[in-house]
Ligand binder design. Structure first.
Ligand SMILES: [Zn+2]
Length: 401
């Protein structure tokens, strides 16, 4: 007699309502395989069909088939990558004819790597022998491995492409990440928020960038942010990891062309600070051998230093935000976005320099995060490092015999 109680049926109604609400909020959709589209342009009469093929991870083909009354003499493919102003074009060569079939190849591997999840917008311009031109309808698609069953989740601050994962888990990670990102907006206060796309690649090596790729801000190979494309790639759907990478994109959006002036301690520190939301009381060990803040412009090369670098960066940022509030950090980023160097920007916003901050941050006893991010990956890196050192020792020992 479960439904006899009127209160229970109200509960169920609420539950159904909430369910419908959450479905429409998250908008989880299956990505349909796109069929080629056919259009009929009347003046001058021209029929065309456009499609794209992804040969993952090597190439993308943009394809056109067109039939006209006059001979088609030229076809130009125009395309843009999400987040970029530049329009790229390709002009394939073909024999002029009333019916043509042509395509443009975009290389997507090695030096031409583009991240999965990147949105590409394209169209063609067709010219006939009489000089008539026809512009095809704009097409948009996400660059994803077509062999996988991708799904898309639209959320407040980003779209997430994922496959072979639990839908509820993905929704949970997205909503937790949105909460953390919204918190960070107190310091980023965008006029134009970035249009971010993320692909969860389930540790697929072929989806990762070549390690030396300069545009990639790597977080110990667990996640990659591509601010220039407003796209991120993460190995696994984890709130901390996703938030960390998206904060990199936020910072890039905030400081624009002056990103090289942002020291790594600030960039990684902000990413880790917002990615880990809890804090507890524990004093900082002032006697520990910390890096000098003035020397922390870049992430160190030695894997054994990387963990300490991230940990310290987060603590410095935590000190700045929790002792002086969001406003001062916001002013610091504003100063950097106007092209000021870090020392000047610190003096203008906080009233002390980077070297003064170096002695101040250790006095912070309030903040210690609870889930150090990426500890597993740091450990893996450290194991590799020790294997390498061990290997070297053996080599030298044998040689000296
Ligand atoms: Zn990072």
């Amino acid at each position: 007699m479960l439904f006899a109680n009127p209160n229970i049926s109200i509960y169920i109604m609420h539950w159904v309502n909430n369910l419908l609400l959450s479905v429409s909020l998250f908008g989880i959709t299956n990505l349909d395989i796109e069929r080629p589209e056919t259009y009929n342009q009347l003046n001058p009469p021209i029929i065309y069909e456009i499609a794209h093929q992804i040969d993952f991870p090597h190439h993308i083909y943009l394809e056109l088939e067109a039939t006209a009354q006059n001979k088609i003499t030229e076809v130009v493919f125009y395309y843009t990558f999400n987040g970029q102003q530049t329009i790229i074009y390709g002009k394939p060569s073909f024999e002029p004819s009333k019916s043509v079939q042509t395509r443009h190849k975009i290389n997507t591997s090695k030096a031409n790597y583009i991240p999965p999840g990147l949105i590409i917008t394209w169209h063609c311009l067709i010219t006939d022998s009489q000089g008539n031109t026809t512009e095809t309808k704009k097409q948009t698609f996400a660059y994803l491995n077509p062999e996988l069953n991708w799904r898309k989740l639209e959320s407040e601050n980003f779209n997430l492409y994922w496959h072979d994962n639990d839908k509820n888990m993905i929704s949970r990670v997205a909503s937790q990440t949105n909460i953390l990102l919204n918190k960070s907006k107190k310091i980023f206060d965008f006029t134009v928020p970035p249009q971010i796309n993320v692909a969860v690649i389930n540790n697929d090596r072929k989806s990762m960038p070549p390690i030396s790729h300069k545009a990639a801000s790597t977080h110990l190979y667990a996640g990659f942010a591509f601010p220039e494309y407003q796209t991120a790639v993460i190995n696994t759907a984890k709130t901390e990891l996703l938030t960390h990478e998206l904060i990199h994109i936020y910072l890039d959006q905030k400081v624009g062309i002056y990103k090289p002036f942002v020291p790594a301690w600030l960039n990684e520190g902000l990413a880790n600070y917002f990615a880990t939301s809890q804090s507890t009381l524990k004093p900082i060990d002032a006697s520990e051998d910390w890096f000098k803040l003035q020397n922390m412009h870049n992430v160190p090369g030695r894997p054994q230093d990387v963990h300490k670098f991230y940990y310290q960066s987060e603590k410095v940022v935590a000190y700045l935000i929790e002792s002086y509030g969001y406003k001062k950090m916001n002013v610091l980023l504003e100063e950097l976005s106007e092209g000021r160097k870090i020392d000047d920007a610190m003096l203008k916003s906080y009233g002390f320099s980077v070297s003064q901050a170096n002695s101040l941050w250790k006095t912070n006893t309030i903040y210690v995060h609870q889930n150090p991010i990426g500890i597993k990956y740091v450990t893996i890196a450290a194991i590799f490092a020790s294997v390498f050192i061990f290997g070297t020792l053996i080599f030298y020992k044998n040689k000296s015999k």
